[in-house]
Design a protein. Structure first.
Length: 65
């Protein structure tokens, strides 16, 4: 279960990536963010939003340059 701060940060990541990839369906962007977030299972959560944003952005850029 993520805490409130992490949930807000992930929500912000979704919005930033939707703006960066306006040609993509927002559901595709959300799926990339959700997938990246689900892969972050470690106990230290401080950098999770940053790592999620990088992973999702890289995935989206690879799939849709």
């Amino acid at each position: 279960m993520m805490d409130e701060d992490e949930a807000k940060a992930i929500h912000d990541v979704q919005h930033r990536l939707r703006a960066k990839f306006p040609h993509l369906d927002p559901d595709r962007v959300d799926a990339a963010v959700s997938g990246a977030h689900a892969s972050m299972t470690g106990p230290i959560r401080s950098f999770v939003p940053v790592l999620v944003e990088h992973a999702a952005r890289d995935e989206l850029a690879r799939d849709h340059p």
